[in-house]
Ligand binder design. Sequence first.
Ligand SMILES: [Zn+2]
Length: 660
Amino acid sequence: MTQSVDILLTNAIVLTMDEKLTQYEPGAVAIQGDHILAVGLEADLIKAYDAKERIDCGQKVLMPGLINAHTHVPMTLLRGLADDLRLDVWLMGYMLPVEREFVNPDFVSLGTSLACAELIRTGVTCFADMYYFEEHVAQATARAGMRAVCSQTVLKWPAPDADYYEESLAASREFIQRWKGHQLIVPSVAPHAPYTCTQEILQATAALAVEFDVPLHTHLAETALEVENCRNENGMPVIPYVKKQNIFDAKVLAAHCVHVDDGEIKTLLHHGAGVAHNPSSNLKLASGFAPVKKMLEAGINVGIGTDGAASNNDLDMFEEIRLAAFLSKGYTGDPTALPASTVLSMSTRLGAKALHIGEITGSLEPGKRADLILVDITRLHNAPRFRREKNSIYAQLVYSSHSTDVSDVMVNGCWLMRDRQLTTLNETELISNAQEYASRIDQFLIKREKSVLSKLIAIGGATEGESFEVQSKVRIQDPAPILEAIQKSELEILRHRHYHEFDTYFSFEDPDQGFLRYREDEFLSENEQVSTVRYRLTLIGPAREGTFPSEVLLSRSRFIAPAPHSLRFYREYFKPTSELMIEKYRLRWRVLFHGTEFFINLDHVTQPALGYFLEIKSRTWSRRDAEHKAQLARDLISYLGTSPEAVEPLDYVEIIRQAH
Ligand SMILES: [Zn+2]
């Protein structure tokens, strides 16, 4: 008695990628609606099933669709935006500012559709995404007919889709409620990474994932620096730290896990966490080598991902699979590490398990969804075929096949590509719309790169705004009389501080850009010990607004921002044409002189050895007030015992020029 089915795929080399790596040749797969009814030898299935549509696969490989275990699909629109940079410069200098400016629902929809077209073409049927406006990622993915775990990002900084993390958390909840139970989309929440989230965010997202029994997607232990910082701040490495925040109460999908030790691998295993290994991204950003062989041997479900297109730069899983094998062999010095069948399992069955959707996809088995691809292995770069050894087919797919050998893709029982023609997406239109975005982003960056100020604003911290400063700076021979004068009664001392300052001045080709100063301020206590350190960036405008008689200067004041990154970061980001380092000891008094507030700085410049300087400063917001303060500044200089006639007026900008 024959049973009726919708589709019977015949005449194929069927690789089920099940636990036993069962193969059938010539094999067949029977599909009913959205799921697989039977997998077996062609002769058996033809006898057992009466198909509404029988498709001859022409001896191609019929296997489960590939699973991209970690990506950020909308970032296809940022592909090639900035490359060959360090992670912090790339992320803080380019990705985040551009994302803040451009990422909106339209961007996300287009980027997702572009990515889906590329993923389908390269044999991917399912992916795990993490981005902003995940609602629109999910919608575009479902429209394209692909399967995905879609994770709404939550982080402690303002994001393109939320000013506060509470907003993204609330959006995640609504997103999960809307999509839970969808036939293609598994909604999920993504605390971006331990270093971009607070403990509160990690705990809240874990609780949310547990409440709705959905996966929690995050980046863990990607770089050595992340682990080092985590140790310094929390006294433990990354995995125990996030465990303490309860994230392993949830079904975790952890991208990277490059820097994890044996104990941490045990923790990941014990809590059933899935890992996404991203070989291209780890290589391109020089993040290190993940202990993939160890994690697999321990029994962790390790999938393979491309990461975002901005750090790869394509979404080609065939390339990723091959690289995963090569990387592991090269890194361990063992050519038997990660054999072809293993990396192919990682990109199918184990990948699905890492995403916590192993029961519905990842292998060709009765009851699972019909997510499958056809791969032509008869082309020139893949000829000839040896058949003596059963496993050589896996080597053919991993080491010789190209993603362009994929001819047909089915997800959930529907064809998304038939004979290399996409059925749900218009490639020409997508490419042209993407180009429009690229041109707009180019314009934005060209404009930004012209101005040091807008680059400073782009990385956050500095706010746009202007004030003025009345200042007078004079070289002095002996600080003793000044120290004595300050103690006299006409001055009311409001505060006194002692600093050791290291200034690095960046200058630029265009002198109109001014100077950018990176200052490390060490606060010295009474016994000359460093009590605290402060890092600041100051953009010193080029224009001197004017001078007053006797060398009191009105300068356009500065844009000041905290400097949370390293000097190296700013050097690589601002690309100055020259640099100068100045080291000085500064005694600073905030005083009231005839009812007006002034700063008195007594500097000993030791590097270069320029000697002593006295500096009088006062901030002002109007020119009229500046005139009044300029007069007082002259009086104060006289009061401190140095006559304006005798002084040599200088400012540090001039010092820099002298020193060059
Ligand atoms: Zn990522």
